[in-house]
Design a protein around this ligand. Structure first.
Ligand SMILES: Cc1cc2nc3c(=O)[nH]c(=O)nc-3n(C[C@H](O)[C@H](O)[C@H](O)COP(=O)(O)O)c2cc1C
Length: 190
């Protein structure tokens, strides 16, 4: 194993922890709706149901979200990687991403957050907490509703789970590269 010590690695150029599942954060503030891609994200707690996203303060979405105090987290299929790339390379400061990228919006169920069509799952989150870590703010949301596409999900113990034979998640590999999972690689060990 080779070693790179602090000062020798630069994660902006290449990041050994990739690929990771990329999500899209959506916010609505007054009449303005914006979406941004977020690869630094994680589920945090079953009860209450919490999900965290790491957003740099310079992103337009950052202050929008901390003002709106609610947001959506969308999970897109691999086929929609181009949309994820666009959400993550264009700023809502300059472009109306909903209009420009032809995003269709569905009705939210619990909060006033944007629900994009085409995602296989969307979480409606109410602001729970936030803290600045280095150059990103870790923002935690409490999930108030989940939307899921019945055409591509199955059921496990009566809860929706993604059916990999019908849709595959989009993962980010860095530097504009996207990848997905291969259902043939599943090993059922339990
Ligand atoms: C695949 C992908 C993942 C990204 N992940 C993050 C992330 O985790 N956190 C972040 O602050 N920016 C991330 N970005 C960058 C923002 O999505 C990008 O700067 C976006 O244009 C911000 O939009 P906004 O200015 O409308 O908020 C990512 C970009 C891409 C393409």
């Amino acid at each position: 194993m080779k070693v790179l010590k602090r000062g020798e690695f630069n994660f902006r150029r290449g990041y050994i922890v990739y690929p990771r599942l990329v999500v899209v954060v959506g916010v609505k503030l007054e009449d303005k709706i914006n979406f941004m891609s977020v690869v630094w994200n994680s589920p945090l707690s079953f009860d209450p149901p919490l999900y965290g996203v790491s957003i740099a303060p310079k992103r337009y979405t950052h202050d929008m979200l901390l003002t709106a105090m609610e947001f959506s987290i969308s999970f897109f299929p691999y086929e929609m990687a181009e949309v994820v790339e666009k959400f993550g390379t264009v700023s809502g400061r300059e472009v109306d991403k909903v209009k420009e990228f032809g995003i269709e919006l569905l009705e939210p169920a619990a909060l006033d957050v944007p629900i994009p069509a085409g995602a296989y799952a969307v979480l409606e989150c109410e602001y729970f907490d936030h803290k600045l870590y280095g150059d990103h703010t870790w923002i935690v949301g409490e999930i108030q509703a989940i939307h899921y596409d019945e055409r591509v999900t199955g059921s496990r113990y009566n809860m929706p789970v993604l059916d990999f034979d019908r849709a595959r998640p989009v993962l980010y590999g860095g530097s504009g590269e996207y990848i997905t999972v291969d259902p043939r690689s599943i090993r059922k060990l339990r």
